[in-house]
Design a protein around this ligand. Sequence first.
Ligand SMILES: [Zn+2]
Length: 307
Amino acid sequence: MTIRLTRRRAIAAAAAAPMVAAAAPAAMAAAPLQGPSSRLANRFALGTFEVTALMAGTRTVPNPKEIFGLNASEEDFAAASAAAFIPTDKAQFFFTPTLVNTGAELILFDTGVAAAGTVAALEQAGVTPDQVDVVVLTHMHGDHIGGLMADGAPTFANARYVTGAIEHNHWSKAGNEGFDKSVKPLNDKMTFLDDGGSVASGVTAVLAHGHTPGHMGYMIESGGERVMLIADTANHFIWSVQNPDWEVRFDADKAQAAATRRKVFGMLAADKVPFIGYHMPFPALGYVAADGDGFRYVPASYQTMLD
Ligand SMILES: [Zn+2]
């Protein structure tokens, strides 16, 4: 085979030659280890909207069976884990707020464990906290409301807030320290909705209770395309998706949470609608297919990139 050098390539090759020679001694030294790379934002188009999943934090947690498989047998838990190439003695947690740009407003869904992680991910997405127009809270657990306030001041200085009426009523009476510290100061700027309520055109609340009394997912729809933010409807991509009835420690009403998983995943599977799960492995975007008595998680590949 003959390699034909174009004029441009010949010039580039000639220019590169001295640099190769000069760089040669450096190859004797070991390259420094750089640590894992971090990708904190994954943006895709949905009709005329843009949807950005934000990785606000991640951590390794021990003894996952005591969290995700309370009523599962040791054997079943081990088998499901082995089949998915994940260990049984620890699990990786992800915290994934989502930003939706409708073209008219920037809507942030949930705020992470603390403001710093969410602000860092927003920065990678090219957005400053003061640009956020609306903050939607899916429910009032600490890993969702923890980023609302920082040093006693609202993180999202210009935002209004939206949450479910049932959820807010529940926590208002619960004497909960996190709610009182992070949500209560913002009550004056908060509006409430019920199942089917609308945050903005194309952004619709879907009651998905059980995890908490008023937990809500949101259907995002633009130009005939849909993605559902399921929040904490299911908190693990293998254990809770394949076995919707496996009891999860964080679910307040375990039977209702299982029924909600079956209902929501049944709808997403039938309609082939992708979803973002707040605790799914980043970029937290995938599909579910009906499989046996449960479902199978199919991580998104290039679907959102297609013209
Ligand atoms: Zn959560």
